[in-house]
Design a protein around this ligand. Structure first.
Ligand SMILES: Cc1cc2nc3c(=O)[nH]c(=O)nc-3n(C[C@H](O)[C@H](O)[C@H](O)COP(=O)(O)OP(=O)(O)OC[C@H]3O[C@@H](n4cnc5c(N)ncnc54)[C@H](O)[C@@H]3O)c2cc1C
Length: 317
């Protein structure tokens, strides 16, 4: 932004209030003013005034669980990410710099209040049982204010643009955090839309006539990713010991079978698409044995999105 000062203006602490007479109404400190533009992009996250102005439909789907997230000290040698599960518990551990670890602990939806009433000792106990190496670290949490409640839910808007308004990232879609895709999706939206807007500017074209390309490229891709993410979330939603065993075997299969591994990573990254078929699922469910065959780089390249798939307007116009 600083490199292109004459084009890029950062209004720190400003709040976008909505549209009035085709202009964006913005409040900064006590001052309210209007900004007029040829195209407006809403990137305001889950509660988006731009989405509201577009009258986009949002159908929120909730899950049967919530998460507590908290950062705590870790031993210096604790540098590998881990997911620890039992039949009814889940603890995700993601080491950070400076000998800290970000943790995600699954609780039942609505259970937060009762857990809080039980006191921090409940948290100390739960963490120490699941990961004894963090039993010292968790005891440094001395206030519930350090613990955040994360409520996972998902939605996908019915349209990405309307007239000269468009939305990107969480304003358009939100995913269950299980596979960590939210940030990727937002960046990939920004890439496609950014290239499209730049192309319109360079070619002196009206932005609103071309915004459909952004939706054409991104919406189906996001849909299939949301589906995958929803499946991952369901996999961790059932609390039975036999289900935990099935889940562990299914995850192990992703390591044992190269084709499953390649498909999983490619699809989750959003950089390409190679759909799972019945054979893959039978192997993942241990109905059939894992394949020995390794997937060649050349084969993987075939399933990456090409430039003409990412930016189709360049060829078509
Ligand atoms: C607790 C939690 C953990 C997560 N963990 C992960 C993870 O591990 N990996 C991952 O990939 N994703 C994760 N996500 C999802 C990820 O944070 C989002 O998908 C991503 O940040 C979306 O980016 P965005 O730019 O669309 O929205 P945001 O990052 O939400 O940014 C929106 C910005 O707009 C500002 N804003 C909102 N309204 C207005 C307004 N009216 N005027 C002016 N500014 C406004 C907000 O202050 C904010 O700065 C997590 C989400 C949550 C809630």
């Amino acid at each position: 932004g600083q490199t292109f000062e004459e084009h890029f203006h950062y209004l720190g602490g400003a709040r976008f209030l909505g549209f009035e007479k085709g202009m964006a109404k913005v409040k900064q400190k006590k001052e309210t003013f209007y900004i007029e533009a040829k195209v407006y992009i809403g990137a305001e996250g889950r509660s988006s005034p731009t989405r509201k102005a577009m009258n986009a439909d949002v159908k929120r789907k909730d899950y049967n669980h919530h998460f507590l997230t908290v950062t705590m000290p870790r031993p210096a040698s604790y540098t590998k990410g881990k997911i620890i599960t039992t039949a009814d518990r889940f603890l995700g551990l993601f080491p950070l710099p400076d000998n800290e670890v970000r943790t995600v602990y699954l609780i039942k939806a609505g259970e937060y209040k009762t857990i809080k009433e039980k006191g921090l000792e409940y948290l100390y106990q739960a963490y120490s049982e699941l990961e004894p190496e963090l039993s010292e670290g968790v005891r440094t949490i001395d206030d519930w204010k350090k613990v955040q409640l994360m409520i996972p839910y998902t939605y996908h808007v019915d349209k990405y643009y309307s007239g000269n308004l468009a939305i990107i990232g969480d304003a358009a879609h939100t995913v269950h955090p299980m596979a960590g895709e939210g940030m990727n999706l937002a960046v990939q939206d920004a890439d496609v839309l950014g290239e499209l807007l730049a192309w319109c500017k360079e070619n002196n074209e009206n932005y609103h006539e071309y915004l459909h390309y952004y939706e054409d490229v991104r919406k189906p891709r996001v849909s299939s990713l949301l589906h995958l993410s929803h499946l991952s979330a369901l996999v961790y939603s059932f609390r039975f010991e036999w289900w935990r065993k099935v889940r562990m075997r299914a995850v192990q299969r992703i390591y044992d079978d190269d084709q499953l591994h390649v498909k999983q990573m490619l699809n989750i990254s959003g950089l390409g698409a190679w759909n799972f078929n019945l054979l893959d699922r039978a192997i993942q469910g241990s109905v059939l044995p894992a394949r020995r065959k390794k997937i060649k780089d050349k084969t993987q390249w075939k399933y990456l999105f090409s430039e003409s798939e990412d930016y189709p307007w360049e060829k078509e116009n």
